[in-house]
Design a protein around this ligand. Structure first.
Ligand code: UDP
Length: 340
């Protein structure tokens, strides 16, 4: 198989690329290196089965060229991170919709097996219960930018489903839930790498709100394994799946565990949402995926629990600390298209 991974230099994309190469596949990565970084793929760059195209997934000609010779597409190219999405709502909306439209259209013309990456954000506020793929979405009004992002992601999913229904695109949509692990940067607000970095630096861990909101953190290796199994199962075409871990933790407890596991003397402080986001902000109080559907289709079971995920992440951030904190410009200066 030759696979195109859009956003393949990003956090999840680079883990997926590695897993595909480990399976013996050839991989074309298309990434504009806006949040992705070529050094996420640095140790793979020498491989003859990996091609990195630095380009824009909104551009049909670029995407068509990247798809040449491919049998499968994994579409991850998107603006990510709640903080970034809130600060740059228009750019994020336009970029994400435009990328999806281009990639899905080009994939449909070639009838390429496609995995479309979506987000648990589409559930919006949820309904306080575990989140099931076919439940109604509870997205708030569009004057709150977080909900605009969720709405945009939901439109992406609708596009994927419509391309499946009307143009025969063999697509599967995956909704990722708080995926974490090595090489994830906290630069765009993600809580787990942010807390680890704060704890390692001896700085206060900044819990937003009262810290009683909950999330389920999943190890990126588990997510990639699940996605590859979904891709290989023809019955998953035209379906949506939650992918993640269903063990719930409060954000305050997460902070406490990180302080303990890093032997840090950092205090845990609470910060009002308004101070962080500078606008009315509605957090998601509880976010727990139902894994029943993915279990029934492919027997999926996460293998890495939260403490192990934290240990893996802490270890990788201890060794990679300078790079994780490096400003984007420094990390991206070394980028080269290996074809040139
Ligand atoms: N959060 C926090 N401190 C931080 C970053 C995030 O307390 O420095 C909180 C955030 O408000 C949310 C949770 O951690 O309640 C998860 O945030 P993240 O941005 O990682 O992902 P989300 O699940 O909200 O998309």
């Amino acid at each position: 198989m030759q696979a195109l991974v859009t956003g393949g230099a990003g956090f999840i994309g680079s883990h997926l690329t590695r897993a595909l190469l480990d399976r013996g596949e050839t991989v074309v990565v298309l990434d504009n290196l806006s949040t992705g970084r070529s050094d996420n793929l640095a140790e793979l760059r020498e491989g003859p089965r990996l091609r990195l195209i630095v380009g824009d997934a909104r551009d049909p000609a670029t995407v068509a060229a990247a798809m040449e010779g491919c049998d499968a597409i994994f579409h991850l190219a998107a603006h990510v991170g709640v903080r970034r999405i809130v600060q740059q709502a228009l750019g994020s909306l336009l970029n994400n919709l435009h990328c999806s439209l281009t990639v899905l259209e080009q994939a449909a013309r070639r009838r390429l097996r496609t995995i479309h990456f979506s987000s648990s954000e589409v559930y919006g506020k949820g309904r306080g219960d575990v989140l099931i793929e076919d439940q109604d979405l509870a997205i708030g009004p569009p004057n709150v930018s977080r909900w605009s992002y969720a709405a945009g992601k939901a439109v992406d999913e609708s596009l994927a489903m419509a391309y499946h229904a009307e143009r025969g695109l063999p697509v599967t949509v995956v909704r990722c839930f708080n995926t974490c692990g090595p090489r994830q940067t906290g630069r765009y607000g993600m809580v787990l790498p942010t807390f680890v970095r704060q704890a390692l630096a001896g700085r206060p861990l900044t819990v937003h709100g009262d810290g009683s909101q909950t999330r389920c953190f999943s190890y990126v290796g588990d997510v990639v394994r699940g996605v590859l199994a979904l891709q290989g199962a023809p019955a998953t075409v035209g379906e949506l799946f939650n992918v993640g871990n269903d063990v719930e933790v409060t954000i305050r407890e997460l902070a406490e565990r990180i302080v303990k596991l890093t032997d840090s003397r950092s205090p845990i402080v609470t910060v009002p949402y308004e101070r962080v986001f500078g606008e009315p902000f509605e957090d998601i109080r509880r976010r727990v995926p139902s894994l029943q559907k993915i279990r029934s289709f492919i027997g999926y079971q996460p293998r890495v629990d939260l403490d192990e995920l934290l240990r893996i992440t802490i270890e990788s951030m201890r060794t990679e600390a300078p790079r994780c904190d490096a400003p984007a410009a420094v990390a991206e200066r070394s980028v080269q298209d290996p074809r040139n």
